[in-house]
Write a protein that binds this ligand. Structure first.
Ligand code: PAF
Length: 298
């Protein structure tokens, strides 16, 4: 599948920026050809730009939504302190060749007084991030359904970095029979392996060094499964925990799961399940980081 930019894409010209829902619908309706949506919460980094790059190779127009979604933050999390840099984000979208940027207003997406509606895929949202962040995935599902209904893209990109989110969205899109194709985007890493994340900008130099422990834990798991042939998920989870603790990371979870269902495994048998996924989460100072890696995939 080619991911070279297509002729209609918008490299080096300013994207159209729309904020209102009606304006976004009208703008979308006027686009000829295929449309890819890259949903983001802004604070764009090279990981997001990789989404735009891949989507430019697949669709005639790439739209980026920039919206810090209040519904996916729970009370302990600081919605107000989430990094916001709209002007810089729009500039990055322009350089990356996005055709349009949708910056909805929270009061228009969640009109005060309107009854709450919930979309969920409980088989996947329970556990891991769902356990540590109650209500998070329900908030993600809600905004994703809204964005897809407003912008009606032919395809929508989600990163493997947020592995559980990707599987949750795939389940919702499939079950709700939404026409958009979900495009999986590989995790972009810094040179030393740290997965790119908008949260990294909140790490000081010492925390940044400790944060690398997540990646090192995953590499240790990969060696254990692929080179040593370890088949016990708990043994692998224990090694990942120890590596993270040796980097003074407050471990949220370490888990080895089925790569599609995220179900627990009695035994690691990559040939049967098409690989397994190792997932880690942990606190470094005030910042919670997550990462994951596929192990034994052929
Ligand atoms: O991954 C994110 O940035 C967000 O969860 C998303 C998908 C944009 C929904 O707000």
């Amino acid at each position: 599948m080619s991911t070279q930019p297509r002729a209609n894409s918008n490299a080096d010209s300013k994207p159209v920026v729309v904020s209102g829902v009606a304006a976004a619908r009208a703008y979308r309706a006027g686009l000829d050809g295929t449309v890819a949506l890259v949903p983001t919460m802004g604070a764009l980094h090279d990981g997001h730009l990789e989404h735009i790059r891949v989507c430019r190779g697949l669709a005639d127009h790439v739209l980026v939504s920039v919206f810090v979604n209040p519904a996916q933050f729970n009370q302990g999390e600081d919605y107000k302190r989430y990094p916001r840099s709209l002007e810089v984000d729009i500039q990055k979208c322009a350089t990356a060749g996005a055709a349009g940027v949708f910056t909805p207003d929270a009061d228009e997406l969640y009109p005060p007084g309107q009854p709450d509606v919930e979309t969920d895929a409980p088989g996947i949202t329970v556990g891991l991030e769902g356990q540590d962040r109650p209500g998070h995935f329900q908030g993600v599902c809600r905004v994703v359904v809204k964005l897809l209904n407003i912008l009606q893209p032919d395809m929508v990109s989600f990163g493997l970095k947020d592995y559980q989110q990707l599987r949750v969205v795939q389940a919702v899109v499939t079950d709700m029979m939404m026409p958009a194709r979900v495009i999986e985007i590989s995790t972009v890493r810094e040179a030393d392996g740290l997965a790119m994340s908008s949260r990294n900008m909140r790490l000081d130099a010492e925390q940044r060094r400790r944060g690398l422990g997540l990646y090192k834990a995953l590499i240790a798991a990969k060696r254990l499964v692929e080179e040593d042939g370890e088949t016990d998920p708990q043994a692998v989870e224990g090694v990942m925990r120890a590596v993270m603790q040796s980097h003074q990371i407050e471990v949220g979870y370490t888990a080895v799961r089925h790569p599609q269902t995220l179900g627990e495994l009695g035994c690691i048998e990559p040939a049967l399940t098409g690989g397994v996924v190792a997932l880690v989460a942990g606190g470094v100072g005030p910042v919670r980081l997550i990462d994951n890696m596929l192990l034994g995939a052929v």
